[in-house]
Design a protein around this ligand. Structure first.
Ligand code: APR
Length: 251
């Protein structure tokens, strides 16, 4: 079996059909075909907005010093995302969920497109741009108005100022979520790494855990990545084209 494939082979489908416990890690690449620019890979350069790199705009430091500016940046990004729809890759994963005894979708994306496609068991490692978290009482709540009406938005429970419920550069992942992702990786017999450059930790450690615990590792990405060397197979292709192939009628 060649470790680098240009399409979904019968052997790969056989592996898919025989799996019982599946976990998937997605990154920005799965949303690329919906029109969300990726952070790395291809010709994409790291984004800037109002002359500042996103690593500075989405940072723990800026939320502590200038939360209004962070909200303005988030508001801008939400405006870009508001009209976008899930693509066939997201829809395929929502279908996959019903195929296996256990299925966990772990995403680094904050764009909410997996849920919009109908996925239910989604672990959002980096939070969700359409949620807010109260800085006073820590309640999290849906905050979907775009553009936002008040900056910062107010907590619906206590009226305190809220921040975006996303993980900023320099922050830890939300409590419990990564542990659940680790569990899913450790128990998977098949682990997919889809549309991520797999360079941002701790998320990039999940395929390593899965592999060490005996899972087959399948990567879907138009480019080779830092994780390709340990994948059992890399399917070189776009998520929106490759993932629906697993659901096609078997000949
Ligand atoms: N299908 C699948 N993969 C794709 C597609 C596509 N249509 N288009 C691009 N890709 C791949 C690229 O080749 C690249 O490997 O998606 C990957 C995107 O990588 P990144 O931009 O680094 O995104 P990601 O891995 O999700 O970044 C992780 O870094 O900046 C932080 O918090 C941010 O969650 C993000 C994290």
């Amino acid at each position: 079996m060649s470790p680098v494939l240009s399409s979904v082979t019968d052997e790969l489908r056989f592996l898919f059909d025989g799996a019982r416990n599946v976990a998937v890690l997605t990154g920005a690449g799965i949303s690329a075909e919906s029109g969300v620019p990726t952070f790395r890979g291809g010709d994409t350069e790291m984004w800037t907005w109002r002359g500042r790199p996103i690593t500075e705009l989405s940072s723990a430091e800026l939320i502590a010093t200038d939360p209004k500016l962070v909200w303005e940046w988030v508001d801008y990004r939400r405006g870009l995302l508001a009209t976008l729809q899930p693509n066939p890759g997201h829809h395929a994963l929502a279908e996959w969920e019903h195929r296996f005894d256990a299925f966990t979708l772990i995403t680094q994306n904050i764009d909410d497109l997996h849920r919009a496609a109908g996925s239910l068991n989604v672990l959002e490692l980096h939070g969700n741009i359409w949620r807010a978290r109260c800085l006073r009482c820590a309640s999290t709540f849906d905050a979907r108005e775009s553009p936002i009406v008040e900056n910062p938005p107010r907590c619906f429970a206590c009226g305190g100022p809220a921040r975006p419920d996303v993980v900023l550069f320099g922050e830890l992942l939300p409590e419990g979520v990564f542990e659940r992702a680790e569990q899913a990786a450790a128990h998977a017999d098949l682990f997919f790494v889809i549309g991520t450059s797999a360079v941002v930790y701790p998320a990039a450690g999940l395929p390593i855990i899965a592999k060490q615990r005996g899972a087959k590792l399948i990567e879907v990405n138009p480019e080779m990545t830092d994780i390709s060397f340990m994948a059992d197979m890399t399917v070189l292709g776009k998520a929106g084209e490759v993932l629906p192939r697993f659901l096609e009628e078997r000949g």
